[in-house]
Write a protein that binds this ligand. Structure first.
Ligand code: FAD
Length: 405
């Protein structure tokens, strides 16, 4: 029986494992990917300070530290079921069942789909798949592509693809339909662009970002959005153009774009065909939280956190005794926040294991402060109102605890 099983070897799971091992707990980390690092492996961007954030090097630091502490990390192990037992948990995997006293779920996030007619053709991929192929596997995804979906993730990854020498025609909105309603609305998308303004060397976005929290100014910015788009690297971003169709017989050959009104309606007669050989679709991210539901952990829908998240308190504890969560499963944020949440979760697990002591309680307070500092300084912020979202989920935890006592 392990003191703790950690599901997910991304920045949250690895950091939690390190803090658990530093506090002498017996830890097993499992991950279904062939190597540890999670989504951190694919990240490569320049911080506002000018420093580069290289996910492969950051992963190496975590894995090396875990190795120094003799941490057991098993990759290629996929978890499909979890059972609550009298003494803790049984984690069911393709490599057998692992019993533990405590369990940390750090499974990260998944991409939301954004359907566009023709999206089943070979050559259409999610923006995250393009990131993994380019930065992790060093595979060129195509010769000339286009991105459908204007958001923080697509902006960050489009820059990475251009750095790798991949040509991108432009970034446009996806076709409007029941699923894409929000992502196909120029005004809603403009609001999101504000959070990536610092990635864009465009005076238009930088200037607009100062005022875009004001709905009137934002609507004017949409109305007067430059016809040629605003440049991010060599690629223009358009919020008044939509990809209404992906064309091809056996693979992607072209896309049909159309101009939009400020309300996102296609302007008839504005259609144009653009030749490309791949399409990246970016529908945003949501917390990958199914495994917490399997054990009966309560959930709450919190828009600011990216969707349904397991109820938890500020020290990453859920209402299910011995079950902890950390990283993007608790809400979509950058890998630096996920890392600090993992450290905090590890200390909380040790505190439970050792029957709560003053030193660990003090470390928990310090680790919470660190999460706040990192959040305040994050260069990538996926959702506005993240702090309010966090407060709401923590209040739900407290309300449920009070109701149960
Ligand atoms: C496609 C994509 C691209 C992203 N790009 C960026 C970016 O450029 N910059 C940025 O700051 N953030 C990015 N993020 C957000 C990113 O998730 C966080 O930055 C950070 O990696 C979250 O850390 P984590 O440890 O919570 O999860 P992850 O890093 O996602 O790690 C979770 C791990 O859990 C494993 N896992 C999941 N389910 C199971 C299971 N059932 N059994 C076994 N193992 C499992 C996965 O294989 C994975 O290794 C991206 C997220 C996604 C989904």
């Amino acid at each position: 029986m392990h003191d703790v099983v950690i599901i997910g070897a991304g920045p949250a799971g690895l950091s939690a494992a390190i803090s658990c091992r530093e506090l002498d707990l017996d830890v097993l980390v499992v991950d279904e990917f062939p190597k540890p690092g999670g989504r951190l492996l694919g990240q490569l961007h320049q911080e506002p300070s000018g420093e580069w954030w290289n996910g492969i090097l950051e992963t190496k630091k975590l894995v090396d530290r875990a190795a120094e502490l003799d941490t057991r990390i098993e990759c290629g192990v996929s978890v499909h079921h979890i059972e609550k037992t009298e003494t803790g948990f049984n984690t069911h995997t393709n490599q057998g069942i692992f019993p533990s006293e405590n369990l940390l779920i750090a499974t990260g996030a998944a991409e939301s789909p954004a359907p566009i007619p023709g999206w089943t053709l070979p050559g259409v991929m999610s923006i995250g798949a393009a990131q993994v192929m380019t930065n992790v596997h060093r595979v060129r995804v195509g010769n000339k592509g286009i991105v459908a979906g204007v958001n923080v993730l697509s902006a960050a990854i489009a820059i990475e693809l251009q750095l790798a020498g991949v040509e991108l025609h432009s970034m446009v909105l996806p076709a409007k339909n029941a699923v894409n309603k929000h992502h196909a609305n120029p005004k809603a998308v403009m609001e999101g662009l504000v959070r990536v303004a610092h990635l864009a060397p465009s005076p238009f976005i930088r200037f607009g970002s100062k005022f875009a929290n004001n709905p009137l100014v934002r609507d004017i910015a949409v109305k007067f959005f430059p016809k040629g788009g605003v440049k991010m690297g060599d690629m223009p971003i358009h919020v008044r153009k939509s990809m209404i169709q992906i064309n091809g017989t056996d693979k992607v050959e072209s896309v049909t774009l159309a101009n939009l009104t400020t309300d996102g309606e296609v302007i008839p007669g504005s259609e144009e065909i653009v030749e490309v050989d791949f399409v990246c679709i970016a529908g945003g991210l949501y917390p990958l939280a199914e495994l917490a539901a399997v054990i009966g952990c309560p959930f709450q829908y919190v828009e600011e956190l990216g969707g349904h998240v397991p109820v938890h308190n500020e020290q990453m504890e859920t209402p299910v005794d011995g079950l902890f969560v950390a990283g993007n499963i608790t809400g979509i944020e950058s890998s630096k926040v996920a890392k600090d949440q993992g450290t905090l979760a590890g200390i909380s697990i040790a505190n439970r294991k050792y029957g709560k002591n003053a030193d660990l309680e003090f470390s928990i307070i310090e680790a919470k402060k660190q999460v706040h500092r990192t959040r305040d300084n994050a260069s990538i912020q996926f959702h506005p109102g993240i702090r309010e979202g966090r407060q709401r989920i923590h209040q739900t935890y407290i309300a449920q605890e009070q109701a149960n006592n």
